[in-house]
Design a protein around this ligand. Sequence first.
Ligand code: ATP
Length: 416
Amino acid sequence: MYDVRLDGVSKAFGEVEAVRNVSLAVDAGNFLSLLGPSGCGKTTLLRMLAGFVRPGRGEVYIRNQMVNDVPPFRRNVGMVFQNYALFPHLTVAENVGYGLVARKISRPERERRVEEALSLVHLTNFDGRYPRQLSGGQQQRVALARAIVIRPAVLLLDEPLGSLDRKLRERMQVEVRQLQRTLGITTIFVTHDQEEALSMSDLVGVMNGGRLEQLGTPAEIYERPATTFVADFVGTSNRLDGTVVGLDGEESLVQVAGTRQHLRIPQRTGDAPGVPVSIMVRPEYVELTARGGPGDDAPLFGEVRFSAYLGASVRYEVELGEGASLVSLRPRGIDGGGYARGDRVGVRIAPECFYRLAGEPRNRAGAAAGVESDGAIPDSFANGPVGEAGSDEGGSGVGESRRSGGLVPRIGDEPA
Ligand code: ATP
C-alpha cells in the first residue's frame, strides 16, 4: 500500500522549472531519500508534499487522498527543516507539544505524548530547557520529536543533518533510521550526500535538473545506474568510452578509446561492431597487478599517475592511454607494498563487474577514432556482423546485464 504517490508533478518558478514531471510512489513504512546536486528540485518536491508549494501540474496523494488543495496543517505530515526552526522562547517540551496544542489534544494526553517523544529521541529530562541551552545535535532531536509527536502518516526531512559535524552526523543517521523503523513511519529524506542516502534508505531517488533520473534500491542505484548522470553522481564511477569491435556469443570485444587495448564484456542489447559504448566499473572492482611478475596476464595495462593513502584502502589513478584512465580502490595490504607514481601495472576487472551505460558516450568522436584495426582483434571476434555505427539507443541500461563466466582475460596489446 502506498503512503505517498506523486503523479506527473511539475513546478516552475517563473522561468525556472524546479520540478519536471515527477512520478513516484512510496510504500507504507519505507524510507526514501531524494538525492541530487544543489538546485535539482529536492526541496521543492518535499515542500509540495508538505503543502507549502502547490504543484503547477500533477497530483500529490497521501494515503490515497489527493491533497493538492489540502493546507499543510491538515495533511498529517511531520516535517523537519535543515535549520530546525525551533521556537527560541519556548521550552523543549513546549516546542515538542506545539503541534498537539494546535490540534486541541487534551493536556494530560499532550504531556504523555511529549514525554514519549522525548524518550524516543533520548532527551528525557531536557523538557525544561530552552533551545539556546542545547547542542546542535540535541536541537535536531527536539525538531524530530516535534515532527513525530503528532503521529504523522509521513515524515519529511529536509537535509536535517546538514549542519552537524561528521561524527555526530553519522550517529544521528543511525538514530533517525532506528527511530523510523521503530515507528514504522513512511519517511522522505532530502540529502545531497550520497553515502548518507545509500546507507539509510530502502529507496533512493536521484534527481537532476528537476527530473527524477532513477528510483531504486541503494544497490540498484550504485550497481546499475540508469543514466550516466547517476553513475557519475553516485559513488566514484570509472567510465571507459570505447567501440565494439567484435562479438562472440555472449561477449563483445570493446576497444578502449584513446588506447589500443581491448576488453571483453558480457554483451548487452544493441551492441554491434562499430557501435560506440560507455562502460562503467566501480573502483573496488579494478584490480592491479605488477607488470612482469607472476600472473602478469591482465587484459589492460597502464601507468600509476596518482596514489592516495586513505587508511583502510589506497586509491590509485591509472592512465591507460590518451584520455582513458581508471580509479582503483585497493584494500591496504592486498597488493603487497602497493604501487607508486610511475609504476607500470596490469589492470584486471571481472567481466560481470562491467556495467554498460545507456546514452551517449562522452567522447563519441574519440570513441569512433579509437577504432584502428591493428590486427590485435582475436579471430573469434573478427567475423561478427558489421552494424551501423552511431546507434546507441538499444538498451535501457537497467536490468539487462547478462552474466558470463570463465573468460580468457588477456586480450589487447601494448599502447603505442
Ligand atoms: P539545495 O540542495 O541547494 O537545497 P534543491 O535540490 O533542494 O537544492 P530547490 O530548492 O528545490 O533545489 O530549488 C530548485 C530550483 O528552483 C532552483 O533553481 C531554485 O533557485 C528554484 N527555486 C526554489 N524555490 C524558489 C522560489 N520560491 N522562487 C523562485 N525560484 C525558486
